[in-house]
Each structure stands twice: as structure tokens, then as C-alpha cells.
Design a protein around this ligand. Structure first.
Ligand code: ADP
Ligand code: MG
Length: 213
């Protein structure tokens, strides 16, 4: 489904250079559950962002269903980000001026997505807070809302960057089982996490150090 071939990325800040990815090659098959670990600053987030169509690598290619995602016309990446991938972040990245349900609607672009919202709200115990703003939610509620926003449009690939990093053990457990369920229903997962539970679900564990796998 996805091939990451010889991908490198260096960030420059003033005269300083930070090598985030150094010749990374990796294959992700449909239905894989990939767990990514590594020390802070090792390149984990950059890898997810490059795969998600957010950061152009300096060299190398990301092939999605055989197509190099950064070598298509301008429209391709927009469609890829919208249809192929769902994102989750440690800081949730919910829009502060939108309610829970409005945040989720941001990811809905077909009628069927919109009609699925109430089922998800029910299932994830968010019905009572659906008209609240993120600042009025508990961290667990925020992360579940962010999870629904990530998967409401049925993306093939869920990219989750330390999504349990701010959660207590109970909420981490809830979120990990929701991600596990998305995977069981055919989704492909790439998860950056230090939670040992991640390796219980994953079939591929990669560890990154200094931008190398
Ligand atoms: N936008 C950026 N500008 C400058 N340096 C960056 C940027 N993003 C990441 N880096 C640097 O790239 C390296 C890898 O970062 P990152 O992928 O965020 O690592 P991790 O997620 O494993 O903590 C680090 O040295 C970091 O400082
Ligand atoms: Mg990171």
C-alpha cells in the first residue's frame, strides 16, 4: 500500500542543521499495525508527517498505491490527505472556536460521513458534550473527539503521533482499544507511542534513532 524509499529530510534553522530522516526505507502493507518508538528528536513525527503528505522530503519517494505522492499535480496531495489518511496528535489540535460536533464535521465531505457522526458520538460517550467547546472537555473527551475526526471519513491509514501522551492510564486504554478496533475493521495504523500496550496490537515495530530505522 505504501512504500517509503530512501527518504531524507534535514531542517535548517539559521546556520544549524537538524537531520530528521536519514535514508529511511520502509514498506507498509494494508492492514498493518506499525508501532514507532525512539528517543525525542529522533525523527518520529517527521516520518509521520512525510507519510501524511504534510512535509516534502529533501530526497526519496513515498509511493501510495504505486504513485509517488509528492510528484503528482497539485490537487493530488489535497485528495490524498483528505481521503487516504487520518491524523491524530498528542495535543489533539481541535479547533478552539468550534464545538465537538463542528470539529468532527471538518473531516466530513460526503453525506454518509455526516450521518455516521451520531453513531460515533454515542459509541464514544460524547453525546452530552457534542455542543461544547474543546476548552470545556476533559482530556479523554478531547482525544476521543479527535479520534472521531480522524476516522469519520474512513481513511485507509491512521497516523497517530503520541495520541496517548497526555492521557491517564484509563483513557489511554480506552483510546488504544478504539484504535485497535479501527485496525480490526481493516484499517492500517501507524502509531508513535511509548505505551507498551502498543506492541500488543502491532505486527511491525520500528525504532528510530538519529533519523534512521
Ligand atoms: N520544523 C522544524 N524546524 C526545525 N527543526 C525541526 C523541525 N521539525 C523537526 N525538527 C528537528 O528534526 C529532528 C527530528 O524531529 P521530530 O521528527 O519532531 O522528532 P521526534 O518526533 O522523534 O521527537 C529534531 O532534531 C528536531 O529538532
Ligand atoms: Mg514527535
Amino acid at each position: 500500500m505504501l512504500e517509503i524509499n530512501n527518504v531524507s529530510k534535514t531542517f535548517k534553522r539559521g546556520s544549524e542543521e537538524f537531520v530528521a530522516l536519514n535514508d529511511v526505507t520502509l514498506k507498509i502493507n494494508k492492514g498493518d499495525y506499525v508501532s514507532v518508538t525512539g528517543p525525542s528528536g529522533s525523527g518520529k513525527s517527521t516520518l509521520l508527517n512525510v507519510i501524511g503528505g504534510l512535509i516534502h522530503p529533501d530526497s526519496g519517494k513515498i509511493l501510495y498505491q504505486g504513485e509517488s505522492i509528492y510528484d503528482q499535480n497539485g490537487k493530488y496531495l489535497n485528495v490524498y490527505r483528505k481521503r487516504a489518511v487520518g491524523f491524530m496528535f498528542q495535543q489533539f489540535h481541535l479547533m478552539p472556536y468550534l464545538t465537538v460536533i463542528e470539529n468532527i464535521r471538518l473531516s466530513c465531505f460526503e453525506k454518509s460521513h455526516g450521518t455516521a457522526i451520531s453513531d460515533y458520538l454515542e459509541k464514544f460517550s460524547l453525546v452530552e458534550v457534542k455542543n461544547k467547546y474543546p476548552s470545556d472537555l476533559s482530556v479523554g473527551e478531547k482525544q476521543r473527539a479527535a479520534f472521531i475526526r480522524a476516522i469519520i471519513s474512513d481513511p485507509e491509514l491512521l497516523l497517530a503521533d503520541e495520541p496517548t501522551g497526555n492521557l491517564d492510564p484509563r483513557n489511554s486504554g480506552i483510546l488504544m482499544s478504539l484504535i485497535g478496533e479501527y485496525h480490526k475493521n481493516g484499517g492500517t495504523v501507524m502509531l508513535v507511542s511509548h505505551d507498551p500496550v502498543a506492541s500488543k496490537y502491532s505486527n511491525l515495530n520500528i525504532s528510530i534513532e538519529f533519523g534512521r530505522i
